[in-house]
Design a protein around this ligand. Structure first.
Ligand code: MV4
Length: 490
């Protein structure tokens, strides 16, 4: 059994993992950069060690240092969280070689899933539907032209080492192909150190729907239903929900089974996600995310399964704690990612000091965060402040609850994207569940709606600014914000 886990990550996900450790009677070890000395996760851990200067390459990505710290602190296992080293096969292998349990899939599976062309081929073998396209890397123009002619324009060229959208180029016709091939290869080389690219049929405004998977070391694999993540901006997801309004119970059962079978087929151990594009009633495999994801709480809210605990059980060699037929999807959950970014200035990051902070509570609310009042968000990492997750018996209740929670949420001192989320929760198409990956760009009134809502709330802060004591001010803003919301709805 695992007694002590080193968490090779920071912020809210480090705390999320440590919370699971606490409940399981496992000790936790934090590693942190010089920029994170005052971060909440370093206090929450049973032990904490500074591993280097602020840049991630000098700290959170320093494989040797992380492993050395794990050994010195006598941890048995390492949880990588998401991002940083989470899907790095070299790191997983180094753990395996050093006798530390890497909480995640084997280095072999990480390697396979990291190579998007290889993953696509493997999924075809496992019976998963993929987007029409290449099953090998495309090196030359002639090859690209033949494939594009076969599948028909528009096509999309993607870096094989990538994922998440970086470097992808849409090609409308043969005239654009040569230049697009060249530029994608260039980005692939500079960003991923691998010039391999592949081509797929381009689907216009598909929905982004993913299945949560769990596989154990006894050959069991199950799915926990889907999450819809269509609301994204520049490949950054902003709002996720489960279940998707596009998925019927029959489709869920069928796609979930296909995804779980594929996990079994590759010998997948741990938590993972199979991403699909959903277009015209059909699912097309995109990629596997071989880690716990930012948005895992929406699945936890509807299934009641603690995904991080399952990860730790799996890494300990225990079987999954639930069977497929025991998984029940109950109600509806939505997550809003609350980011330190300026919605009025092209969402540029706005790190800095949180002067006042009040997070929402009450029925059906979950806030996963790594911040506190007077904490300074450092500029070196991603600007997520927290995740606000709500549960409701149905989607409408979840939406009204999310609106209520967003109006309770007070963050003073740094600009943040709460106004954006308020606007989306009021958007008629969002409310109807009519979503697609181009939602934000195609909702042309969304930004103006948001600005109007911000204007309406401006007098609040001004009216209350005479309250010098921050605590009183926050309580007052919270109360008045709630009144404003009432006025708006009636
Ligand atoms: C696609 C696609 C359409 N057709 N693949 C993949 C990762 C995700 N973050 C974006 N991805 C896409 N893959 C096929 N075959 C559309 C997207 C996509 C997108 C692509 C390029 C630029 C912006 C985009 C925004 C949303 C979705």
């Amino acid at each position: 059994m695992i007694n002590k886990i080193l968490i090779a990550n920071r912020g809210e996900i480090a705390i999320r993992v440590m919370r699971a450790c606490r409940e399981m009677g496992i000790l936790s070890v934090a590693v942190y950069s010089e920029a994170d000395k005052e971060a909440l996760f370093t206090k929450y851990a049973n032990e904490a060690y500074c591993i280097g200067p602020p840049p991630a390459t000098a700290s959170y990505l320093n494989i040797r240092k992380v492993i050395e710290t794990a050994k010195e602190s006598r941890a048995d296992a390492i949880h990588p969280g998401y991002g940083f080293l989470a899907e790095n096969p070299k790191f997983a292998r180094a753990c395996e070689e050093e006798g530390l349990k890497f909480i995640g899939p084997s280095s072999r599976v990480l390697e396979l899933m990291g190579d998007k062309v290889a993953a696509r081929r493997e999924m075809v073998k496992a019976g998963v539907p993929v987007v029409p396209g290449t099953d090998e890397c495309v090196a030359e123009f002639g090859q690209a032209r033949d494939i594009a002619n076969k599948i028909g324009y528009p096509v999309i060229i993607k870096p094989s080492g990538g994922g998440g959208g970086i470097g992808m180029t849409i090609v409308m016709n043969e005239g654009e192909l040569a230049k697009a091939l060249e530029s994608t290869q260039a980005i692939a080389t500079t960003t991923f150190g691998l010039c391999d690219v592949y081509i797929e049929k381009y689907l216009s405004n598909p929905r982004h729907i993913e299945f949560q998977l769990l596989g154990d070391s006894h050959g069991n694999a199950i799915h926990l239903g889907e999450r819809e993540c269509s609301i994204q901006r520049r490949h950054q997801k902003l709002i996720e929900e489960s279940p998707s309004t596009a998925v019927t119970p029959a489709m869920r059962a069928k796609m979930g089974e296909i995804a779980a079978n594929a996990a079994r087929f590759v010998g997948y151990e741990g938590a993972g996600t199979m991403e699909f594009l959903f277009s015209n009633g059909r699912f097309y495999f995109l990629e596997v995310n071989a880690r716990v994801q930012v948005e895992h709480p929406v699945t936890e809210m509807v299934t009641g399964v603690d995904i991080v605990k399952e990860q730790i059980r799996i890494a300990s060699g225990l079987p999954l704690s639930i069977k497929q037929e025991e998984v029940r999807m109950n109600g509806s959950a939505i997550e809003c990612r609350i980011n330190a970014e300026d919605p009025l200035n092209d969402f540029v990051p706005t790190p800095g000091k949180i002067k006042g902070y009040h997070s929402p509570g009450g029925t059906g609310i979950r806030v996963d965060s790594g911040v506190y009042t007077s904490y300074t968000i450092p500029p070196f990492y991603d600007p997520m402040i927290s995740k606000l997750i709500v549960w409701g018996r149905d989607r409408n209740e979840a939406i009204t609850r999310m609106r209520r929670a967003l109006y309770e949420y007070i963050i003073v001192g740094i600009k943040n994207n709460i106004p954006f989320h308020k606007a989306v929760m009021e958007n008629p198409r969002f409310v109807k569940g009519e979503l697609g990956t181009h939602f934000i760009d195609s909702e042309t009134t969304l930004m103006d709606d948001m600005k109007r809502m911000m204007e309406r709330e401006k007098p609040l802060e001004e009216k209350l600014s005479h309250l010098s004591e921050e605590k009183r001010r926050i309580a007052a803003i919270s109360a008045v914000a709630a009144i404003t919301q009432m006025h708006r709805q009636t």
